[in-house]
Ligand binder design. Structure first.
Ligand code: AMP
Ligand code: MG
Length: 319
């Protein structure tokens, strides 16, 4: 009797070991989804036994956000089409737009989602072209975050203004997707949305995630890398979207004060912090602000880490 019991215990222990062993192995295997959304290739990687269902849910959410934040459709499209009127938006979008206004205030307007008219002028939504000073002066009347009105879940922009959430949409979506994935019990994931990377926890083996930072002079090469957990790593760079005309490079990050591509002496800005939306907005803002103003801004914010690359090829790390 005793012997049988012992055998049963040994068999049960063996089964447990086999289950644990196979479970442990599959928990180490990454599950990945690659999709095209928000105008970029997106790769979502998660670990653990719920990774598959979590990623399916994340991809579905991603498609919803793609529509929601599009300048021509969803809530943002609706605001743009009904400029001059108060427009009811969903709770998530209202919160995002309120955060955007606050980030504009904090960055003295270097980040400004009302640059839609400028972005259109330079053709970054269609055919790129150099804009004249007259055209810029005319568009300037329809740019300015202070003119956004937010009240009771509704938003109003002046007639002629166009919102563009390109500088914040991917970061915001990354943070939201991370929440969706975590709801499925996933504790380890890395999500890459264009220049926006965000991480949930550490790798299953307990090591940090490695995020490479592209070389602005050779986007197929890497300049640096950072090791992170539970952090957003967002890069804004003039090399990401641009056109050359008559020997001049015109890129997609606009200085809202001039209406022209920002000339701050930077070619790449990487921001690392826990807030995905802020990381994305700040990367764009710091690009416009340049190294000195960025350093001033960060003096009271030690939790935000930044890597700047200047047009001279210098790498500056702040915090
Ligand atoms: P990012 O790659 O995150 O720096 O975002 C750049 C995109 O945001 C551009 O393609 C424009 O659609 C938009 N954008 C350009 N300049 C600004 C700015 N100063 N503030 C907010 N959005 C901007
Ligand atoms: Mg950005």
């Amino acid at each position: 009797m005793k012997i049988i019991k012992k055998t049963a215990v040994i068999a049960a222990a063996g089964l447990l070991f086999a289950l644990c062993f196979s479970g442990c192995v599959s928990a180490q295997e990454p599950v990945t989804r690659t999709v095209f959304a928000m105008d970029t290739v997106i790769t979502l990687t998660a670990y653990g036994k719920h990774a598959d269902e979590a990623l399916d849910a994340a991809v579905q959410k991603l498609n919803e956000y793609d529509t929601l934040l599009d300048v021509d459709s969803g809530d943002i499209g609706n605001i743009n089409t009904h400029a001059g009127e108060f427009v009811q938006v969903g709770e998530e979008v209202y919160r995002l737009l309120s955060d955007c206004v606050e980030l504009s205030r904090q960055t003295d307007g270097a980040f400004d989602i009302t640059v839609g008219r400028y972005v259109d002028l330079w053709g970054f939504r269609s055919q790129t072209r150099v804009s004249s000073d007259e055209e810029i002066a005319e568009a300037a009347d329809f740019v300015g975050w202070e003119k956004i009105e937010l009240a009771d879940g509704k938003i109003k922009i002046p007639t002629g203004m166009q919102l563009d959430l390109g500088a914040v949409a991917k970061g915001w979506a990354a943070g939201k997707l991370k929440e969706v994935i975590a709801e499925y019990g996933v504790e380890s994931a890395i999500l890459s949305l264009g220049g926006n990377v965000t991480t949930l926890g550490k790798k299953p083996d307990g090591t940090l995630f490695n995020v490479a930072i592209r070389d602005p002079d050779d986007p197929d090469a890497y300049l640096d890398s950072v090791q992170v957990s539970d952090l957003a790593v967002v890069t804004s760079g003039s090399y990401m979207r641009y056109f050359d005309q008559d020997g001049v490079r015109y890129h997609h990050i606009i200085d809202p004060k001039t209406g022209k591509p920002a000339e701050s002496g930077l070619v790449s800005v990487t921001v690392m912090c826990t807030d995905d939306t802020a990381a994305d907005a700040l990367a764009t803002a710091f690009f416009v602000m340049g190294a000195q103003k960025t350093a001033d801004y960060l003096q009271t914010k030690p939790d935000i880490k930044v890597i700047l690359v200047t047009s001279q090829g210098e790498i500056l790390r702040i915090n």
